[in-house]
Design a protein around this ligand. Structure first.
Ligand code: ZN
Length: 209
């Protein structure tokens, strides 16, 4: 059946969201016709402002309202332990564990089949961060930086982890100063961190090598 244009247009947008099929999209849009005008306007203006009111944290590249995100600004956390993850949603999942280090969000994985190379994810900024940290710990013989590779266990996650390991070694960081670990087995193969339950995540973190 033919819907009014505005309804068709909205349905098309909802259909583009992950996990929303055309039936669900129709249901959502018709459901929204029951919202009071004020709420619909607020919803619309929030969607419009979504990218204007967020940015990538200048340090860890997580989504943030400020130039530096809350995690990077938190002085009680260990800023010399960097958990490298694929997406901001991984941070949300890992924040449910008792992890007290910081993060680096790659915003993707190296995937040649989809034409995503090392320059398309936030790797250069990770190296820059390490350079700064290594400079900081230089005069403290007991301190080191730990990079925990927590990309998921699928093929792209594994190859990206390998790439990062090689990259850090190629850059010539001393192995005792920049220590690289990989989040332990315990994450389902090919399963995203985002979907793993809290216990699985905590165990995987504890068993990093
Ligand atoms: Zn940050």
């Amino acid at each position: 059946m033919a819907f009014p244009n505005i309804i068709t247009d909205l349905i098309n947008y909802f259909e583009r969201l992950p996990g929303v099929g055309s039936k669900t999209a129709q249901r959502l849009v018709f459901y929204m016709l029951n919202f009071p005008d004020r709420e619909l306007e607020e919803f619309g203006s929030l969607v419009g402002a979504l990218k204007k009111r967020t940015q990538l944290c200048s340090t860890c590249k997580n989504i943030s309202e400020e130039e530096t995100c809350k995690i990077c600004s938190d002085t009680s956390r260990n800023h010399r332990q960097i958990l490298v993850v694929t997406s901001p949603l991984d941070v949300v999942a890992l924040e449910r564990t008792d992890y007290k280090g910081v993060y680096h969000v790659l915003h993707g994985l190296i995937d040649p089949l989809s034409y995503i190379g090392p320059d398309d994810i936030y790797l250069a900024s990770l190296v820059e961060r390490l350079e700064k940290l290594v400079f900081e710990v230089k005069n403290d013989p007991d301190s080191f930086v730990e990079v925990v590779l927590a990309t998921n266990a699928g093929m792209e996650g594994e190859s990206t982890a390998h790439y990062i390991r090689d990259l850090i070694r190629e850059k010539g960081f001393d192995e005792s100063v920049v220590r690289i670990t990989r989040i332990g087995r315990g994450l389902p193969v090919g399963g995203d961190i985002e979907y793993a339950d809290d216990n699985t995540l905590s165990r995987a973190l504890d068993s990093r090598r």
